[in-house]
Ligand binder design. Structure first.
Ligand SMILES: [Zn+2]
Ligand SMILES: [Zn+2]
Length: 189
Protein backbone atom coordinates (compact mmCIF):
# COMPACT_ATOMS: atom_id res chain seq x y z
CA UNK A 1 0.00 0.00 0.00
CA UNK A 2 1.32 3.42 -0.96
CA UNK A 3 0.05 6.68 0.49
CA UNK A 4 -0.67 9.25 -2.22
CA UNK A 5 -2.74 11.70 -0.15
CA UNK A 6 -0.24 14.55 -0.50
CA UNK A 7 -0.01 14.12 -4.24
CA UNK A 8 -3.71 14.87 -4.67
CA UNK A 9 -4.03 17.53 -1.98
CA UNK A 10 -3.51 20.82 -3.87
CA UNK A 11 -5.85 19.85 -6.66
CA UNK A 12 -8.64 18.56 -4.44
CA UNK A 13 -8.34 21.76 -2.41
CA UNK A 14 -8.50 23.93 -5.52
CA UNK A 15 -11.55 22.07 -6.85
CA UNK A 16 -13.43 22.58 -3.57
CA UNK A 17 -12.40 26.18 -2.98
CA UNK A 18 -15.46 27.82 -4.48
CA UNK A 19 -17.63 25.70 -2.20
CA UNK A 20 -15.63 26.81 0.84
CA UNK A 21 -14.93 23.27 1.89
CA UNK A 22 -11.75 22.98 3.92
CA UNK A 23 -9.58 19.96 3.25
CA UNK A 24 -7.31 18.03 5.54
CA UNK A 25 -5.25 14.89 5.16
CA UNK A 26 -5.85 12.43 7.94
CA UNK A 27 -4.38 8.99 8.47
CA UNK A 28 -7.01 6.38 7.65
CA UNK A 29 -6.83 5.07 11.21
CA UNK A 30 -7.57 8.56 12.56
CA UNK A 31 -10.71 9.18 10.54
CA UNK A 32 -13.51 9.29 13.11
CA UNK A 33 -15.90 7.61 10.75
CA UNK A 34 -15.08 6.80 7.21
CA UNK A 35 -16.46 6.14 3.79
CA UNK A 36 -14.60 4.73 0.89
CA UNK A 37 -14.43 5.46 -2.82
CA UNK A 38 -12.51 3.38 -5.30
CA UNK A 39 -11.19 4.56 -8.64
CA UNK A 40 -9.45 2.59 -11.30
CA UNK A 41 -6.32 4.25 -12.57
CA UNK A 42 -3.64 3.64 -15.15
CA UNK A 43 -0.36 3.18 -13.29
CA UNK A 44 3.21 2.51 -14.28
CA UNK A 45 5.53 0.13 -12.51
CA UNK A 46 9.24 -0.49 -12.60
CA UNK A 47 11.13 -3.44 -11.14
CA UNK A 48 14.65 -2.49 -10.10
CA UNK A 49 15.64 -6.15 -9.83
CA UNK A 50 14.87 -7.15 -13.43
CA UNK A 51 14.80 -3.66 -14.98
CA UNK A 52 11.34 -4.45 -16.27
CA UNK A 53 8.65 -1.85 -16.56
CA UNK A 54 4.99 -2.26 -17.26
CA UNK A 55 1.74 -0.37 -17.33
CA UNK A 56 -1.43 -1.42 -15.65
CA UNK A 57 -4.75 -0.08 -16.85
CA UNK A 58 -6.34 -1.71 -13.86
CA UNK A 59 -4.50 -0.08 -11.02
CA UNK A 60 -6.51 0.88 -8.01
CA UNK A 61 -6.79 4.05 -5.94
CA UNK A 62 -8.85 4.03 -2.76
CA UNK A 63 -9.87 7.23 -1.01
CA UNK A 64 -11.11 6.98 2.55
CA UNK A 65 -12.87 10.10 3.67
CA UNK A 66 -15.04 11.74 6.25
CA UNK A 67 -17.22 14.77 5.61
CA UNK A 68 -18.23 17.07 8.41
CA UNK A 69 -21.30 18.64 6.83
CA UNK A 70 -21.86 21.25 9.54
CA UNK A 71 -18.35 22.69 9.35
CA UNK A 72 -17.85 21.98 5.65
CA UNK A 73 -14.71 20.00 6.33
CA UNK A 74 -13.31 17.12 4.37
CA UNK A 75 -10.77 14.73 5.81
CA UNK A 76 -9.35 12.13 3.52
CA UNK A 77 -6.59 9.68 2.89
CA UNK A 78 -5.70 8.28 -0.52
CA UNK A 79 -3.80 5.12 -1.22
CA UNK A 80 -2.77 3.01 -4.13
CA UNK A 81 -1.37 -0.50 -4.23
CA UNK A 82 1.71 -2.32 -5.38
CA UNK A 83 1.94 -5.04 -7.98
CA UNK A 84 4.36 -7.92 -8.00
CA UNK A 85 6.83 -8.22 -10.82
CA UNK A 86 5.79 -11.23 -12.91
CA UNK A 87 9.45 -12.34 -13.17
CA UNK A 88 10.95 -12.02 -9.69
CA UNK A 89 7.71 -11.56 -7.69
CA UNK A 90 9.11 -8.55 -5.87
CA UNK A 91 6.49 -5.97 -4.86
CA UNK A 92 6.91 -2.77 -6.88
CA UNK A 93 5.46 0.61 -6.05
CA UNK A 94 3.43 2.35 -8.73
CA UNK A 95 4.04 5.73 -10.20
CA UNK A 96 1.06 7.87 -11.11
CA UNK A 97 0.75 9.65 -14.44
CA UNK A 98 0.37 13.38 -14.02
CA UNK A 99 -2.90 13.27 -16.02
CA UNK A 100 -4.23 10.68 -13.65
CA UNK A 101 -3.35 12.76 -10.56
CA UNK A 102 -5.40 15.58 -12.08
CA UNK A 103 -8.28 13.32 -13.01
CA UNK A 104 -8.52 11.45 -9.70
CA UNK A 105 -8.47 14.74 -7.77
CA UNK A 106 -11.19 16.18 -9.95
CA UNK A 107 -13.39 13.09 -9.88
CA UNK A 108 -13.14 12.78 -6.13
CA UNK A 109 -13.83 16.51 -5.56
CA UNK A 110 -16.90 16.26 -7.82
CA UNK A 111 -18.10 13.23 -5.87
CA UNK A 112 -17.73 15.24 -2.65
CA UNK A 113 -19.77 18.14 -4.10
CA UNK A 114 -22.42 15.66 -5.18
CA UNK A 115 -22.56 14.08 -1.72
CA UNK A 116 -22.76 17.45 0.06
CA UNK A 117 -25.06 19.38 -2.23
CA UNK A 118 -26.56 16.83 -4.59
CA UNK A 119 -25.00 18.68 -7.51
CA UNK A 120 -23.89 16.23 -10.16
CA UNK A 121 -21.10 17.77 -12.18
CA UNK A 122 -19.61 16.08 -15.19
CA UNK A 123 -15.85 15.74 -14.89
CA UNK A 124 -13.83 17.47 -17.59
CA UNK A 125 -11.04 14.89 -17.44
CA UNK A 126 -11.19 11.36 -18.83
CA UNK A 127 -9.33 8.20 -17.80
CA UNK A 128 -6.00 7.82 -19.50
CA UNK A 129 -6.35 5.95 -22.78
CA UNK A 130 -5.31 2.39 -22.72
CA UNK A 131 -5.18 -0.13 -25.52
CA UNK A 132 -4.40 -2.98 -23.19
CA UNK A 133 -6.86 -5.80 -23.06
CA UNK A 134 -4.94 -8.24 -20.94
CA UNK A 135 -6.94 -9.79 -18.12
CA UNK A 136 -6.23 -8.55 -14.63
CA UNK A 137 -3.61 -10.65 -12.85
CA UNK A 138 -5.08 -10.91 -9.40
CA UNK A 139 -2.26 -13.04 -8.06
CA UNK A 140 0.19 -10.15 -8.64
CA UNK A 141 -2.13 -7.38 -7.40
CA UNK A 142 -1.80 -6.14 -3.82
CA UNK A 143 -5.23 -4.50 -3.92
CA UNK A 144 -6.81 -7.86 -4.77
CA UNK A 145 -5.09 -9.45 -1.79
CA UNK A 146 -6.37 -6.71 0.50
CA UNK A 147 -9.90 -6.96 -0.93
CA UNK A 148 -9.69 -3.38 -2.25
CA UNK A 149 -9.51 -4.04 -5.96
CA UNK A 150 -12.30 -2.68 -8.09
CA UNK A 151 -11.54 -5.09 -10.92
CA UNK A 152 -12.00 -7.98 -8.54
CA UNK A 153 -15.25 -6.49 -7.22
CA UNK A 154 -16.50 -6.01 -10.77
CA UNK A 155 -15.75 -9.62 -11.58
CA UNK A 156 -17.67 -10.68 -8.49
CA UNK A 157 -20.60 -8.51 -9.53
CA UNK A 158 -20.58 -10.05 -12.98
CA UNK A 159 -20.76 -13.47 -11.44
CA UNK A 160 -23.68 -12.38 -9.29
CA UNK A 161 -25.70 -10.44 -11.82
CA UNK A 162 -24.37 -11.59 -15.16
CA UNK A 163 -23.01 -9.24 -17.78
CA UNK A 164 -26.28 -7.48 -18.65
CA UNK A 165 -25.97 -3.83 -17.61
CA UNK A 166 -22.50 -4.23 -16.27
CA UNK A 167 -20.99 -4.88 -19.68
CA UNK A 168 -17.31 -4.35 -20.21
CA UNK A 169 -17.87 -1.67 -22.83
CA UNK A 170 -18.80 0.74 -20.05
CA UNK A 171 -15.59 0.16 -18.19
CA UNK A 172 -13.72 3.22 -19.38
CA UNK A 173 -16.58 5.67 -19.33
CA UNK A 174 -17.06 8.39 -16.79
CA UNK A 175 -18.15 7.42 -13.34
CA UNK A 176 -21.21 5.39 -14.26
CA UNK A 177 -23.85 3.19 -12.71
CA UNK A 178 -21.43 0.34 -12.55
CA UNK A 179 -18.94 2.32 -10.45
CA UNK A 180 -21.72 3.58 -8.30
CA UNK A 181 -22.89 0.04 -7.60
CA UNK A 182 -19.38 -1.13 -6.78
CA UNK A 183 -18.87 1.79 -4.36
CA UNK A 184 -22.29 1.35 -2.88
CA UNK A 185 -21.60 -2.29 -2.13
CA UNK A 186 -18.14 -1.45 -0.72
CA UNK A 187 -19.66 0.98 1.74
CA UNK A 188 -22.09 -1.62 3.00
CA UNK A 189 -19.28 -3.81 4.25
ZN1 LIG B 1 11.39 -8.18 -11.17
ZN1 LIG C 1 -6.57 -6.42 -8.43
Amino acid sequence: MVDISQMLFDRIKAELKEYEISVRIQKTSKLTSKFERGYKSKLKFYCDECYRNWNSAQGQVTINYYLDRGNQELEYNAETYRQQCSECKQYCEPELYFDEVKRLSEWFAKDVINILYGIKKTPTTKPKESNMNTPHQSELCEACKLGKCKVQKENNLEQLFGKMNLGTQKRNQNYGDRDFLVDFLSNLQ
